[in-house]
Design a protein around this ligand. Sequence first.
Ligand code: AMP
Length: 190
Amino acid sequence: MLNLVLFGPPGAGKGTQAGFLIEKYNLIHLSTGDLLRSEINAGTKLGLEAKSYMDKGELVPDEVVIGMIKSKLETVKDAKGFIFDGFPRTVDQAKALDNLLDGNKTPVLGMLSLEVEKQELIDRLVSRGKVSGRADDQDPTVIENRINVYNQKTLPLIEYYRPLGKHFGINGMGSIEDIALRLKEVIEKL
Ligand code: AMP
């Protein structure tokens, strides 16, 4: 199975690129951000709890997101592979993912890490916020916090995947099409 972790800071283009990859390689897209927003829209208890973290740009507790991914993986049968988008975001989440996939004997093949300059991230998030209406894409303090949280808690994941030979840095600047091509080049070699 082609299991990929699409990695990068908020605004790196993970969701956009995941959209291309799921079509091209017939994969299943698992975005914890999207799953959490569905819970919020459905007004569930989990959604209500998650919202208090998301509104501040903080991470939702590991056990909540791990539980969501676990139940999704259990419901999907006959997948060609998964694209994990916005997950894992902590080392504990990465370990949990390895355990979950190990049960199916289908490990993560690659962590594709989109690299984008900070000012470009902020510009992209602000423009997305105007269209999506996402509160966490509109408040400059929250945007700044999300990038800081990424640098502190999520970036260390590179050192989790690198020794396993699974980390692939990809230039995430430039046009959507160019970035998609760079991703494709790496994936074809996996
Ligand atoms: P995203 O759509 O990936 O930008 O995620 C939006 C927000 O959802 C993040 O700022 C976090 O508050 C929360 N979130 C999404 N994925 C995770 C995760 N894997 N771990 C913890 N919090 C998450």
